[in-house]
Design a protein around this ligand. Sequence first.
Ligand code: PLP
Length: 383
Amino acid sequence: MNKKLIYADHAATTPLMPEALEAMLPFMKGDFGNPSSIHSWARKPREAVREARAAIAMCINAEPEEIFFTSGGTEADNWVVKGSEGGMLVSSYEHHAVLNAVASEARRGRDVVYVRPKVGNGGGYIMPERLSKVWEEGIGLVSVMTANNEIGTINPIHLLSDFAHKHGALFHTDAVQAVGHIPIDVREMGVDFLSASAHKFNGPKGIGFLFMRKGVKLEPLLNGGQQENGIRAGTENVASIIGMATALKINCERMEENAAHLKNLTLRLRDGINRIFPDALYLGDGGVGQLPGFTSVSFPGCTAEGLLHMLDLKGIAVSAGAACDSKNTKISHVLKAVNVTKDIALSTVRITLGAENTIEDVDGIVFALKSLRGKARVARVGF
Ligand code: PLP
């Protein structure tokens, strides 16, 4: 009998929504014209890109002219970091798309200040008080992610952007994990820049967008043709842009329904875990402060890596925040930033459910964990 595969790693990537694929196909077949051409082959793709931009803008309460298509979250983050000026204040648990871009700028002489999230119980958040503690003259850009990709915590972006603006800096948020999953309103958040990536919300891979508030400017990252108002060159990835807009629009329409479904699944999952591992420890907050469907949990006495491989053999996909072999232990910068002990970091598994997951999937994960409990604890011995 074929075992049922259970995908529970939606923070890594999500399956492409069938409606998004349907919407993309015509632009990969007959409607292949270049939107910049003068002849009639350009008309359909150009119009479709215009509509996609407007639909995306509507989902986040922006103007269409404030949406710039990129090759994904990494490019959007790099563009903001490398295209801005002055010193930078960034959180130490940003995705590497921000952190490594910042490090590259630091090597070129720009000043960087890091702010750590609150640690301990209820930790994992960046609060404005923390920004004020590390504030330095000359900071031109503050970058704090909307939601963290390893522990799922959601930051109070409107308070942080307010702080940055009062001190004369621009504010960027990497909202790659949040867009399509929680309400995003760029006006309420008060952000100048916001990065998003389609494959995290059931769109295609290799496409994303940067929201750039009217009136603020960035140096282009890519120079070339006049696409994207002359500041992001390159022929548009038409089919992917259409797929991204379709997926975002549908996910925004279904957001409440999806969140309620994911809340039920997450409660059931945690309930099941608690029965098998009464000492399980959850990172981040299980309430409104964490992304829907997100569970970052430490199974004391187990290695997350061992557990992950054993679950994989059973057809269940999850991920871990730490990797180790007999010589090296690599704990993710996020788990380091929230200051968990090495033992907790090594036993932390990230289970991220998506809208297509079912109660049966959750029960399947719990059942697998139960059957692996003895082995998983043994896997820790000799480490
Ligand atoms: N930022 C965050 C928070 C992410 O989780 C990711 C992807 O894992 C990225 C940026 C990079 O996005 P992309 O894969 O579209 O380059």
